[in-house]
Design a protein around this ligand. Structure first.
Ligand code: ATP
Length: 324
């Protein structure tokens, strides 16, 4: 990361401190407590994916990180500074879920505005814009209006805007919304590159495939705290040793009796869907045994897949919510 101060608010930070350190955070609104003891650390060069059910408090956590709501207890530090302080805010780049760009302006024009807002000296704005465009790979579209760009390019531009102040912590809030498959791969490569550059990255997402593709670590927010955190592979190995995820789909929603039979086999759906998931012992007979058990229950699935357990299995195990 560039160490040269680029703008007036850029206070020197404690470069040995992690980009983000949250300890015992309690936060909420009025009488409502949303976060009740969140501990989370995002080191430099690491992508941490934060997942959690709707309403778990992910947005509230982002607000606390950006210093927009004060901790009721505990601490949120960005590069060693309390989140409410200017030195912390100057070190955070937030790419919000809603694209935060002027739609009728070009990428370069947007970045120039954000650079000025971040306090970059007028004379240094063109160099800053060029550097950010090169870093995020948007230079080839720099002269195009935001509203003429695809979802993928808009998301990239949104990330570029978050980087104009040379942050050490990048917060990506649902960066794959509206992005098609090829552009998702490009976005994943960009996120990995930014982490390799040394940024600490907090990725808030419902897109588990993207999280699995880019994250070094995952954190599951549930019940007001981080219920589980660590490298995905290690978490899977400890939670599901020799387990496989079973995905079973039906042409139509099974009857209540069929659903009860599926539940007895350890397969859960969301109540309305044709998709059921569960985890099974990873044995050579697992597939055959499952097919036989489904037949015995009078169920004829359209597809059956046995996969290595992934983030969705972990999420379901921790939150009790099915992702399918
Ligand atoms: N400004 C607010 N005032 C009062 N309550 C709020 C406010 N913002 C959020 N909440 C409540 O706090 C809880 C957590 O909301 P939050 O938006 O942080 O969850 P989330 O995990 O981001 O959800 P989603 O995945 O649906 O975006 C919810 O019950 C929500 O209704």
């Amino acid at each position: 990361m560039s160490a040269a101060p680029q703008h007036k608010d850029e206070a020197p930070d404690d470069s040995t401190a992690p980009p983000l350190a949250i300890a015992g955070l309690e936060a909420g609104y009025g009488a409502r407590t949303v976060l009740s003891g969140v501990d989370l650390r995002v080191p430099s060069g690491i992508v941490t994916a934060l997942v959690g059910p709707n309403g778990a408090g992910k947005t509230t956590l982002v607000r606390a990180i950006c210093g927009r709501i004060p901790p009721r207890a505990g601490a949120v530090e960005v590069c060693g500074a309390p989140a409410a302080e200017g030195a912390a805010r100057a070190r955070i780049g937030l790419a919000p879920q809603d694209i935060a760009l002027y739609r009728s302006l070009t990428i370069a024009e947007n970045l120039a505005i954000f650079a000025r807002l971040a306090g970059v000296d007028r004379a240094r704005v063109p160099a800053c814009v060029a550097a950010v465009m090169a870093r995020t790979g948007v230079a080839e579209r720099g002269g195009e209006r935001i509203d003429r760009l695809s979802g993928g390019w808009q998301r990239r531009a949104n990330v570029a805007a978050a980087l104009v102040g040379t942050p050490r912590l990048l917060v990506l809030d649902e960066p794959t919304v509206g992005v098609d498959a090829p552009a998702r791969a490009d976005l994943a490569a960009l996120v990995r590159r930014l982490a390799q550059d040394g940024l600490g990255i907090l990725l808030i997402t419902h897109d588990f495939a993207f999280a699995e593709a880019v994250a070094d670590r995952v954190a599951i927010l549930a019940g007001g705290r981080i219920a589980l955190e660590g490298p995905l592979e290690a978490l899977l190995a400890s939670r599901f040793p020799r387990r496989r995820t079973a995905q079973v789909t039906f042409a139509t929603t099974p009857t209540p009796a069929g659903r009860r039979a599926l539940e007895a086999l350890g397969l859960r759906g969301d109540g309305h869907s044709e998709h059921f998931t569960g985890t099974l012992e990873d044995t050579p007979e697992a597939a055959g045994d499952l097919i036989a058990a489904l037949r015995a229950a009078g169920l004829s699935p359209r597809t059956i897949a046995l996969e290595a357990a992934g983030l969705d299995a972990l999420y379901e195990d921790v939150t009790g919510e099915s992702r399918r």
